[in-house]
Design a protein around this ligand. Sequence first.
Ligand code: SAM
Length: 155
Amino acid sequence: MRIDIAAVGRLKTGPEAALVADYLQRFARTGRSLGLPAVSMTEIDDRRAVGTAAEAELLSRAIPAGAVLVAMDERGDQPGSPDFAARLAGWRDQARDVCFVIGGADGLDPGLRARADWQISLGRMVWPHLLVRVMLAEQLYRAATILAGSPYHRA
Ligand SMILES: C[S@@+](CC[C@H](N)C(=O)[O-])C[C@H]1O[C@@H](n2cnc3c(N)ncnc32)[C@H](O)[C@@H]1O
């Protein structure tokens, strides 16, 4: 199994970058004994404002062949954290690769969204893509703690 995040925009230094690094490091540490690999991140440059179709082409190159494609989109399903953890465990048990995609300022290309196996919404409000990266990283870590039975997730 591989877990990838392919995202439009580059996270340099700053609070969002620090949070993403921290949650992904915690995920790697907790996930190791659960058979969950560390997350690989691919960033697509958004400086040239090439449009969502061109961004989709670049994002697609980062999606491993055969991977479960999960699009982050405010119109998607709103799973609870335990449901998300159960999906992650299912992909692990089936040795499936999974790739989460996050769009840029103009969102994800409709064609890429339509190709997704699952669309996840973090609520109906639109969040800045850098915060979506932070929240996805946190939910991955939370999922690992749920699978590990650790007390981080108390709900
Ligand atoms: C600033 S948003 C783009 C909004 C854009 N106007 C649209 O219609 O998609 C950038 C990216 O963050 C992610 N995103 C933003 N809000 C989200 C939410 N509530 N749930 C899941 N992903 C979200 C999506 O991947 C989106 O493409």
